[in-house]
Structures are given as C-alpha cells and as structure tokens.
Design a binder for this molecule. Structure first.
Ligand SMILES: O=C(O)CCC(=O)C(=O)O
Ligand SMILES: [Fe+2]
Length: 388
C-alpha cells in the first residue's frame, strides 16, 4: 500500500491514535495504521512508516539447536516433586545461569493448568477476531488511559519506524487501580474472569521463581519476594498481536528492549511458534520455545534488586512472512512506591557497588520517558554512578 492508500485506510477509521511531545516541545497527536486491518484488507507493499532504514541483522543460531539456547527449568525438580535434593541443586544452578547469562529461561511443568491456558488462548483469539470497531467499542484506547487499553507500543515521532504489532494491555492488580476505567474487553464474554484466573496461577509461579532465584544466587530466599507485597504489587497483562508481514528483512514486530518489570512471564500460542530473539555475546539468538513451556524474562527491576547478579534480557520480536503470532505477557512488579534496595555484598554493609536504592515508579517513569533506545540504556538510572 502506498502513502495515499495508507491515508485512505486511516480515513476509513482504522487507526490507533497516538500522542507524543514533538521537537518543538508541544504535545501532538498522530494516526497510525492498525496492522491487523492492513493485513485483513490487503495491501500491495508495506507502508514506508514500518520500514527500517537498514536490513535487520539476522539471528546467529537456529531454533532447532536447543543446547545453544537458554536453559529449560523443570519446576517439578525445583519443587522436589518426586526428585532428589541433588537434582534440585542442579536445577537451581541452571536457573542461576539462565538469569545471569541470558536474562531469560524457559519453564516446564510450570503447574498452570492447561485448561486455564486454553481458555486464555480462546478469549484472546476471540478478541482479535472481532472487527476493529467492535474492539474499539469493547475497550478504551491507549490514548485515554495511561498505557493500557487497545492500541500499540511507543510512538515518539512521525519519523520513527513503526513496529508490526497491535496490543491489548490491562492492569490486573491491584484491582483498585482499574476501578471506573474501561480497560477490560466486554467481548468475548468472560474475558476478565479467565484472565484473572490465569493471573492467580501465574503469580504463584512467579513467587516460587523469585524465591528459587534468590536461593540460586546464594541469597536468603525471601530477599526478592519481600518486595512484592501481595495486595499492592502491580500485575499488567499485555497481549501482543503480530500478523504475517511480507518484509521480515526490514520490519520488526517489537524493537529491541528490556522489560521495565521485576519478572515477565510469557505464553505463546501453539499455532504461532517462532519470533522471539534475545541478544547474548553481541549476537541475536532465536529462542527455541515449545508450546508446553512458558518463558520468563528477567526485568530491569530484578537486575537492580539483585545488584546486577542477574541481567535483564535485551530482546526483540521479528516478523514472519506466513504466520500470525500472538503472545501473552504478564509483567510482575513490586508496588509503585516500593523502594528497591539492591542486595549488598555479604561482608560489606555499604550500598551495592553497582546499583543504588530506586523507587519503582521513578524507574518506570524514566524508562518510558527515554524508550525506545538503541541499546540497554534505561538501567543506568539505577546505577550508583548515574547522575540526573
Ligand atoms: O511476543 C513476545 O514473545 C515478546 C513480547 C515482549 O517482549 C513484550 O511484550 O515486552
Ligand atoms: Fe519484552
């Protein structure tokens, strides 16, 4: 589709409205095509606004080579269900390696019932099969509430290459934050109840992982979890929808980034494998991701809490020519006003050498202010050496 047709598309009413502060310091509004509608209605070529100037550097390792990728953590071994202590110790070592070397790992035997995951998949697919108008009618947009609703990721200028993605984001917890705000889709019926069931189960898994991660690093088991006060911790759910794209060489699903979370738990649907890649040793790796595994990303907040012992992952999503892909991301964060205190070195009572105390809300504001960035920049805000 050329620029003219793109304009027509927008005129037909299928656009996401975005707002950003322009170079002149004034807030501006702009209209961005809805990628699902572009694909539904057909186009001849990808609109210029989505094309990156340079070819996207390809990943180094194929997804078939599981041994070269991040570790798979068997939760049954961590919880010692039918296994011995030495197996648990080995599993903890793998977990520590995944979090410190990759900033991500996959989890099998995770304990979330497959019936719950299936219901999540059904309602999410139900939502994305609605017409654009039905979606808009079902939930408010990003523009009306702070970073939640139906829309897309960062747009900070008219020149920025756009990602090939539509999104639906909801705050699941604390519940009081969503009172009076229309962020949960009314269609398909039962959407919110099903997601809340998923969140309840996912939270148990994340809490277990936070404790196991501390233990894997030789720290007191509660050291990270103590920041996640159950009623005030913030859980956001984001559904990422990537339709097929004819130009994977020049178009990204999501630009490289870290997550501004404590932990991120990701679930992708069976019919849509492939897409997520992570940077390690300056190379992009395709992440092998079987359907029965969930993927966990270490977020920036956990890197700060751990005083750099674990690293948040720098990851991206590439596009695929013939497949649509949907992922569900659950972002698990301490309460907004929580002051994170990086763990200190054992025999020193100085503040950590690498990171300093940071309030969650201040970090996240900084993160969203400066994102997107070319490399892992936002985390410097938590470093001892950082000056405003
Ligand atoms: O779609 C994916 O697998 C990754 C999504 C992601 O990185 C995000 O939502 O922050
Ligand atoms: Fe991410």
């Amino acid at each position: 589709m050329d620029c003219k047709n793109e304009e027509m598309e927008i005129q037909k009413g299928c656009f996401h409205e975005v707002s950003f502060v322009g170079q002149d310091g004034r807030r501006r509004k702009s209209k961005v095509p809805v990628v699902q509608e572009l694909v539904r209605q057909g186009f001849n070529s990808v609109p210029e606004r989505f094309l990156r100037m340079h070819p996207i550097p390809p990943a180094a390792v194929s997804s078939d080579d599981v041994s070269a990728g991040p570790p798979f953590i068997n939760m049954a071994n961590l919880l010692m269900i039918g296994s011995k202590e030495e197996i648990r110790v080995q599993e903890l070592a793998k977990l520590g390696r995944g979090a410190s070397e990759w900033g991500l790992f996959l989890v099998t035997n995770h304990g979330i019932p497959s019936s719950i995951l299936q219901s999540v998949e059904d309602v999410v697919k139900g939502f994305f099969s609605l017409s654009f108008q039905e979606k808009k009618g079902s939930v408010e947009s990003y523009a009306s509430v702070d970073n939640v609703g139906y829309g897309r990721n960062f747009v900070k200028s008219d020149d920025q290459p756009l990602d090939w993605i539509d999104r639906l984001t909801m705050r699941a917890s604390p519940k009081k934050d969503t009172e009076g705000i229309h962020v949960w889709p009314q269609k398909p019926v039962g959407f919110r109840q099903i997601m809340e069931k998923f969140v309840e189960e996912a939270r148990k898994l994340c809490d277990e992982l936070l404790q196991a991660l501390a233990e894997a690093l030789g720290l007191e088991r509660h050291i990270f979890l103590q920041n996640f006060e159950p009623t005030e911790s913030v859980v956001n759910i984001r559904i990422n929808y990537y339709p097929p794209c004819p130009r994977p060489d020049r178009v990204l699903g999501i630009i490289p980034h870290t997550d501004a979370s404590g932990l991120t738990l990701l679930f992708q649907f069976n019919s849509t494998p492939g897409g997520l890649e992570a940077l390690k040793d300056k190379q992009w790796f395709k992440i092998p991701w079987p359907h029965d595994a969930l993927l966990v990303n270490v977020g920036d907040l956990l890197e700060i809490m751990s005083n750099g012992r674990v690293k948040s992952s720098w990851h991206r999503v590439v596009t695929q020519v013939d497949k649509e892909r949907i992922s569900v991301a659950l972002f698990y964060n301490p309460p907004l006003r929580c002051m994170l205190e990086p763990v200190r070195d054992q025999d020193s009572d100085k503040e950590g050498e690498g990171y300093k105390k940071v309030v969650v809300e201040d970090y996240q504001k900084h993160f969203y202010n400066i994102s997107p960035t070319e490399d892992k920049q936002a985390i410097s805000f938590g470093k001892v050496a950082y000056r405003c």
